[in-house]
Design a protein around this ligand. Sequence first.
Ligand code: CA
Length: 237
Amino acid sequence: MGRILVVEDESAIAELVAINLRHAGHEVTVASDAAQAQLEVDAVLPDLVVLDWMLPGQSGLALARQWRATARTKTMPVIMLTARSEESDMIAGLDAGADDYVAKPFSTQELMARIRAVLRRKAPESLDTPVELGELHLDPATRRVTRRIGEVHHEMRIGPTEFRLLHFLMTHPERVHSRAQLLDRVWGDHVFIEERTVDVHVKRLRDALAAVHCAHLVQTVRGAGYRITDKAGVVSA
Ligand code: CA
């Protein structure tokens, strides 16, 4: 799952794509033109953009080129959508820096498969593999976090940001992560977010973990940042 920006001026198509992506567990934002898309990207760097070629004003193709030429958006995955199915158009789309290209009319299943493939390529550490740390079990596919003691499973209530934070910490245990590193890895980009945002979400994460008696797993390392560990006997600051 990831944060996906859908840039499409035809609201019926945008809505259809958004519904399917949300159903697959993604967080979805929709923009109807290039200017709005740029505002969304400036605010939060998405994990992937579904970008329509034909937009009112600046075209999707021009926007993709612009993103490729900008350091911050250079590697942001882009899948172009278009009604133009000529091979030369496809080549132009890929030349502009699109990672993939889907011609309209498309089946949503095909688009979802292409999105999965691009996300997999960009994130080889498989986002869907369940992770365990001590008694804590996190399943990205179902977005469930449970404390498992034998056959007894206590499910944790957790917000989307805390879930991403916990997922990152659990896949990188024992190491100390600075606030800046966490912003980079969990929020994707920290240009517009203050470091104390991390503290707010770590507190919320600890509160969520406390409900299943696991708050001690997340430790504050004074002057350095945070880490997750299941090594017993250390009390978090
Ligand atoms: Ca369009």
